[in-house]
Design a protein around this ligand. Structure first.
Ligand code: AMP
Length: 278
């Protein structure tokens, strides 16, 4: 395994004819991240894992400063994977490696950010696309792996790749969950055991809505409203066309049922995807 802390060192590395998979992360790796890496290791000669807590994707009142930074543990977890000799890690030693002084460019993908996380985290997805675009260009990867956990993020990056005709393909990897069903997240460590038990309400509610949608979409809409009214802990709860992220209509063949739920100060997100017709 090889570690780069400077962008220029990575750029001088000779990838040769190797096919490269990219796994962008903010570190504090858990099994969800490792599944992305494992998938990439299977499908590529080399896998570049980036570890960078990207300030541009955090809002002013969000957890940027307390976000867990655990590089040593992350490197050990990666070393433990089969074929870890094919892993390259880029963990910038400072924010300036990504945003040098005077950096003044932003990538915005319009439209898909009007709902769900985009509606409630202004600027978040610009921060994501701005860093991901740079990672695509710098890495020269052939394929990049992202989790379904951040479904809206995936759709926005997919649109950026399409609009800018970037020479990279994308793969979405299913959500890794605890046995209870709680989606794995670096933010779960902010939760007490009791909060973790309670947090399962998020996944259960999404499943309940999905089940109801299959029987009767209008009933699922009433149920969605009822859940939203029942607790101030919901930041959003949406049933959307999985392609357009708009309200489902007669052309919809897949829906995403997605929610953000506050457990105390900790914001958790999750989603389920549902095929509604062939
Ligand atoms: P993050 O470090 O939170 O930016 O996540 C890095 C990548 O890991 C993103 O593509 C996430 O969607 C993905 N990811 C995070 N949690 C999970 C999970 N529980 N299952 C699958 N992928 C995940």
């Amino acid at each position: 395994m090889k570690l780069f802390t400077k962008k220029s060192d990575y750029q001088h590395y000779n990838l040769g004819q190797n096919r490269l998979g990219l796994v962008p992360t903010m570190g504090n790796l858990h099994q969800g991240h490792l599944n992305l890496v494992t998938e990439s290791l299977k499908e590529n000669d080399k896998t570049l894992v980036t570890i960078f807590v990207n300030p541009k994707q955090f809002g002013p009142n969000e957890d940027f400063s307390k976000y867990p930074r655990t590089l040593e543990d992350d490197l050990s977890a990666l070393k433990g994977l089969t074929n870890s000799e094919n892993i390259l890690v880029f963990a910038p030693e400072s924010t300036q490696e990504i945003y040098p002084p005077g950096f003044n460019t932003e990538i915005s993908v319009h439209g898909l950010d009007q709902t769900m996380c985009g509606e409630h985290r202004p600027g978040h997805f610009q921060g994501v696309t701005t860093v991901v675009y740079q990672l695509f260009v710098t890495s020269k990867a052939h394929v990049a792996y992202f989790g379904q956990k951040d479904y809206q993020q995936f759709k926005i990056i997919e649109k950026m790749v399409k609009d800018l005709q970037l020479p990279i393909s994308l793969k979405m990897v299913p959500i890794a969950r605890e046995p209870s069903g709680l989606a794995l997240s670096s933010r779960n460590q902010y939760l007490s055991n009791q909060q973790k038990n309670e947090a399962i309400i998020l996944f259960n509610t999404l499943n309940e809505l999905a089940k109801t949608y299959l029987k009767d979409p209008s009933e699922s809409e009433s149920l969605r409203q009822k859940y939203l009214m029942s607790s101030r802990s919901w930041q959003y709860l949406e049933i959307r066309d999985a392609e357009t992220l708009r309200i489902p209509d007669k052309n919809t063949f897949k829906v995403v049922v997605a929610g953000a739920y506050f457990m105390g100060d900790t914001r958790l997100i999750d989603n389920v995807i549902l095929k509604v017709r062939d």
